[in-house]
Every structure is written in C-alpha cells, then in structure tokens.
Design a protein around this ligand. Structure first.
Ligand SMILES: Nc1ncnc2c1ncn2[C@@H]1O[C@H](COP(=O)(O)OP(=O)(O)O)[C@@H](O)[C@H]1O
Ligand SMILES: Nc1ccn([C@H]2C[C@H](O)[C@@H](COP(=O)(O)OP(=O)(O)O)O2)c(=O)n1
Length: 250
C-alpha cells in the first residue's frame, strides 16, 4: 500500500533543493542548506551612491531583508572575532575582504532569516565575491540594481555621511573609488551580458530615485496569474526602455 511518509533520502533531497544550481569550486560542491526558494537582488554602485538609503525604503515597502555586506563585516570587527583585525585593516585601506569571509557571513544571515527575499547590498564587489557566492549558494540573482553616480557627488555625500566610519576620509575614499572602477564595474559588466542590470540614475533626490526603482519590485507584491517572473521580465523591459540614459561612472 502506498504511504505518504517520506523516506530519509526524500527528506534529504528537499533540504538540498537550492544546491542544484551550484557548481563545484575546486571540486567542492555547494554547501548552502536552505530548502527555501530564495530570491536575491544584488545592489551595486560606488561608495556613497545611495545603496543603503534606498535599501531601507525597499525593505519598508516590499518586505525584503536588507543584507549589507559592509555592515556584516563591521559587525564582525565589533564582535571581537579572530578575523576582526584583518577586516578592519582592509576596510581602512579601501580594499575588498576575501570572499570566503563575506560569503560565510551572508550565508549565515540568509539561513537564520525566515524571509525568502533578500537585498544584498555592496556585493558582489569583485569577481571573486561573485564566483564564490554562486558556487557556495547556487543562487542566481533575480536582477541587479546598479546605482550610477559621478565620483564628485559620491565624494560629497561620503564626506557628509558622518557615521564615524574609518573609511569615510578623503584618502580612503579615493582608494575605494579606484577599487570600484577596477574590481566592481567588471562584475556589473558581467551581469550586463545576461540582461540583468537595471541602471538607476542615483543623482536624483532620494524620493525620485525610489520612484525609479519601485516598478522593479512591484511584482513581488502583486503577483499576477502568470507568476512574478513574467511581471518582473516586463518591468525590467520597461525600465530599460524608459531607462535612465546615464553613463557608467568613469
Ligand atoms: N539621492 C540622494 N541625494 C542626496 N544624498 C543622498 C541620496 N541618497 C543618499 N544620500 C546620502 O548620501 C550618503 C551616502 O548614502 P548611503 O545610502 O549610505 O550610500 P552607500 O550605501 O551607497 O554607501 C548618506 O549620508 C545619505 O544620507
Ligand atoms: N562585498 C564587500 C563589501 C564591503 N567590503 C568592505 C570594503 C568596503 O570598502 C567596505 C565598506 O563597504 P560598504 O558597502 O559598507 O560601503 P560603501 O558602499 O563603500 O559606502 O567594506 C568588502 O570587503 N566586501
């Protein structure tokens, strides 16, 4: 007689469903253990372009969880963890922390959350970030928000941010801009080839920037009978048609 009881191997199979997209790094298979269908949006842009500000608004309106890679790293410094000194020194120098450290923090935060929609802010910041995240979690982002803002404006905003950050001084800011152009823009270019990048003119007011982002997230609240994927594809198409005709920074 057929029974509804699941075998141990069937249960194991369920727990590993998000692993299937992951490819092995050096022969090591992906290790993410969530059984949920996670939806991830990467939020990229230069330092001070307004990523964190807009993420807070998206969280309020669309119920995403905001995971700022920078905030997670700063929390790690405060926690007194053995990596703290190394992270602190790299941030002070405007350098990018090794991906294994950052991916582990993001992975832990996602596993501990009960939500299934994540805004990952300030990540992936280089090719190593991107490749290791993909291999470990098997997650492909729904899309990328790319905040386009001239350096002069970002510098003005960072110098006025006033959060007591060790890296918001002119010397480190210049280093961060260089790293952004050399290491982060290539990641944006990578996603550009699969049509996932939604460029946002970040020079406008906070409310105007949010107005331009909003249609990309509406589908997560108003799912039509076709499912959110079709709505999202249409929203991305419209965004690109109306698209802010702004040049990639530098
Ligand atoms: N559209 C905007 N116009 C003017 N200032 C802004 C805008 N968005 C953010 N800011 C301010 O600029 C600074 C940097 O913004 P933040 O969101 O922290 O940037 P990021 O997370 O990209 O580093 C903050 O002081 C913030 O209040
Ligand atoms: N993926 C990441 C994100 C941030 N970091 C480090 C290096 C960055 O200069 C600092 C600050 O990043 P954060 O995203 O908080 O701030 P900015 O966008 O530079 O304003 O953290 C990292 O090493 N790797």
């Amino acid at each position: 007689m057929a029974t509804a009881t699941k075998t141990v191997s069937e249960e194991e199979e369920e727990v590993t469903t998000v692993k299937v997209n992951g490819s092995a790094v050096n022969g090591v298979p992906p290790v993410f253990t969530s059984s949920r269908e996670l939806k991830v949006v990467f939020v990229l842009g230069g330092p001070g372009s307004g990523k964190g500000t807009q993420c807070s608004k998206i969280v309020e309106t669309f119920g995403f969880v905001h995971l700022s890679a920078g905030d997670l790293l700063r929390a790690e410094i405060k926690s007194g963890n053995e990596n703290g000194n190394m992270i602190q020194n790299m941030i002070k120098e405007g350098k990018i922390v090794p991906a294994e450290v950052t991916v582990k923090l993001l992975q832990k935060a996602m596993e501990e959350s009960e939500n299934d929609k994540f805004l990952i802010d300030g990540f992936p910041r280089n090719e190593e970030n991107r490749a290791i995240f993909e291999s470990v979690t098997g997650i492909e982002p729904q899309f990328i928000l790319f905040f386009d803002c001239p350096e002069q404006e970002m510098e003005r905003r960072l110098l006025g941010r006033n959060q007591g950050r060790v890296d918001d001084n002119i010397e480190t800011i210049r280093k961060r801009f260089k790293v952004f152009v050399e290491s982060s823009i290539p990641v944006v270019d990578y996603y550009e080839t699969s049509g996932k990048v939604n460029k946002i003119d970040a020079t406008k007011s906070v409310d105007k920037v949010f107005d331009s982002i909003r249609p990309l997230f509406d589908c997560f609240n108003h799912v039509s009978s076709n499912g959110y994927e079709e709505e999202l594809t249409e929203a991305i198409k419209q965004h690109n048609i109306n698209g802010s005709a702004v040049a990639i920074t530098n």
